[in-house]
Design a protein. Structure first.
Lengths: 315, 303
């Protein structure tokens, strides 16, 4: 630090700013600071990556090698046994179907309903839009609570052990609705007026003009919804007892807590002749679950960055 | 009737809003009736309306047990740790990432740091288990290899506030650093230029330009976090701790406690009283801290 302070003092005497900058960058303490920055961020990034690496590489490890040596950075003996075991059974296919169906259907419905609702909240012609906004906002600060919610789904709507219980409760997220409201407000109102003069009603304006030009915000909000549906286990924990309707997340939970993994993953016809690859099956299931997110990550990352930035700035 | 006139005039717009409005009524407002159960002795056969009123008995039951203090303390304490450490590390990362000249290095580091945000709490739980389980966990293997005794981490409640905070930072540092980075990018380059001319080092630029100019973002995020301090993250705590009873003393939050009261004890009334307590405390703190946040920064106050 001391040398950098003298650097700053001598810098003031320098005539050209540029020369000072080069000089400042060269000072040893400056170099050390930059080095520290690179090391810290690099190390943090590695810590973020490490669990993914351990899970992915050890899902290909031989079960007896894990039992003997523990999880390794590079497994001593490779084996695809866990995946063979996993895909021989029925559970992973059925859980995949459930998770995919819920995510796709849920996201499409949620985006549509949210966009329609947000468009009205943002529309200057709607007299009661601030009342609607408050109605929406209030649900964010005062929740119904678990008990009322549970009774609604289980006892009043009778949705236990149906896929609807996994889809319906997340159809309208007020936070995402307000992100869309702030986007719709930026659209020029002239679009609306021109279309009205041409005789289009509000439904046609929305579906024919507004939706097509709103693709960026729809993609962003849609991806947030999709991630929520794919990763959720709360609804299934509350409302799904039938293992045929277990989504992938609940399957992971069963693999952690369930003692009888063989029967759960493999079904009743499992051959118990050889020991079950318990650890590697757990890891393989995790890989299968985060696989799609991982593959799409390079393409979807920027939408999430944008969504977080808008959400933080506007909300 | 002005309402009818308005609805008829903009009938297509109200048609568009109808599904969303119906959703809010059915899934957000109707279940609010569940709060009534807090004042009743709920029996499934009698239903919500038929069950007997018992006044404040359910609340007495909850507040007289030591659980009340324990779960409230855990909720506030854990959330406090998450806010301080989560925002602190994220701020540091954002400032550091902003200083990195190599575009490739910055992009790769940022992508990796953001990655944990995308996985579910059960996947995180599985990873935690791989690191900490007693017989084959990575940590215990390391201890054994270095001649130390393995520990039963899932029986040691004292380490779990630290473990959970580590996990929280691991999962959300990337998320919050994006918000900070956006704020830093918004700072005019002129400040830095003139600082450079004055011979300021990078460290001095960070201390005297970057941090003061994004201080409001930090304060607002912290206030919004404090506003939700009575709400534990159920997915996180239940996903990671689950039903590991030995860890309850330091990890049981209001949300997991009321969940167990409902699903494992089947005690709707007790659970409802706890949730009512949480909702009221939560409403008061959110309203107070949102108002403060709004005063500090009109634009970035949440909702």
């Amino acid at each position: 630090m001391e040398s950098s302070i003298t650097q700053a003092q001598t810098g003031k005497l320098g005539r050209a700013g540029k020369a000072v900058k080069i000089k400042a960058d060269r000072s040893p303490s400056e170099k050390a600071f930059v080095g520290f920055i690179y090391a810290f961020t690099g190390l943090f990034a590695l810590v973020c990556l490490l669990p993914f690496w351990i899970v992915a590489i050890n899902s290909f490890a031989d079960e007896s090698a894990i039992k003997r040596y523990g999880y390794q950075l590079i497994p001593k003996i490779f084996s695809a046994g866990a995946y063979e075991f996993l895909f021989r059974g029925k559970q992973v296919a059925s859980s995949y179907m459930v998770s995919t169906t819920v995510t796709v259907a849920g996201t499409v419905l949620a985006v549509l309903i949210t966009a329609m609702y947000a468009y009205v909240l943002a529309h200057p012609k709607v007299k009661y839009r601030s009342a609607l906004s408050f109605l929406t906002y209030f649900t964010m600060i005062f929740g119904a609570g678990l008990v009322g919610f549970y009774i609604l789904i289980a006892n009043w709507l009778h949705l236990k052990d149906t896929l609807w219980a996994l889809i319906l409760p997340y159809l309208l997220n007020p936070f995402f609705a307000f992100i869309m409201v702030s986007f719709f407000r930026t659209l020029p109102y002239e679009i609306n007026e021109a279309a009205t003069v041409d005789g289009a009603n509000d439904l046609r304006i929305f579906f024919g003009i507004i939706l097509p030009i709103s693709k960026p915000v729809i993609a962003t909000v849609g991806l947030f919804y999709a991630l929520q549906y794919w990763n959720d286990f709360f609804l299934a924990l509350l409302f799904i007892d039938d293992y045929k309707l277990h989504p992938l997340q609940i399957m992971i939970r069963q693999l952690i807590s369930n003692i009888n993994i063989g029967a759960y993953v493999g079904g009743s016809q499992t051959n118990y002749g050889q020991p079950l690859p318990t650890y590697s099956v757990q890891l393989a299931t995790v890989c299968v679950t985060i696989g799609p997110i991982f593959l799409l990550y390079p393409f979807i990352q920027r939408y999430f960055v944008k969504g977080i930035t808008i959400g933080a700035l506007k909300g | 009737m002005p309402i009818v006139r308005e609805i008829v005039r903009n009938k297509y717009l109200y048609v568009l809003a109808l599904p969303g409005l119906l959703f809010l009524i059915v899934f957000a407002y109707v279940p609010m009736a569940g709060h009534l159960i807090a004042f009743k002795k709920y029996r499934l056969a009698d239903g919500l309306w038929g069950s007997e009123w018992v006044g404040f008995d359910n609340f007495k039951f909850f507040f007289m047990s030591s659980d009340w203090y324990k779960v409230t303390f855990n909720t506030v304490f854990l959330n406090g740790l998450f806010i301080v450490c989560g925002l602190g590390i994220a701020l540091l990362l954002a400032i550091f990432l902003n200083e990195i000249q190599s575009r490739l290095y910055k992009k790769i580091a940022q992508s990796l740091i953001f990655l944990p945000y995308f996985i579910s709490w059960l996947v995180v739980s599985m990873m935690t288990f791989a690191f900490l389980n007693t017989t084959d966990g990575i940590l215990n293997r390391l201890l054994i290899d270095n001649g130390m005794d393995p520990q039963n981490w899932y029986l040691k409640p004292s380490i779990w506030p630290g473990v959970l905070t580590f996990i929280y930072v691991w999962k959300f540092a990337g998320y919050y650093s994006i918000i900070f980075l956006a704020a830093i990018t918004g700072i005019s380059g002129e400040y830095y230029e003139s600082a450079k001319i004055d011979g300021a080092t990078r460290f001095q630029q960070i201390i005297h330009i970057t941090i003061p100019l994004i201080r409001n973002v930090l304060i607002v995020l912290a206030l919004l976090g404090v506003g939700r301090i009575f709400y534990g993250d159920f997915g996180m705590i239940y996903g990671i701790v689950g039903d590991t009873a030995p860890l309850y003393p330091t990890t049981d939050v209001i949300d997991t406690y009321s969940y167990r009261a409902l699903r494992q004890l089947g005690d709707f009334s007790k659970s409802s009283a706890i949730i009512m307590y949480q909702s009221v405390m939560g409403l008061v703190t959110i309203v107070i801290f949102n108002a403060i946040a709004r005063r500090i920064d009109k634009d970035s106050s949440l909702f």
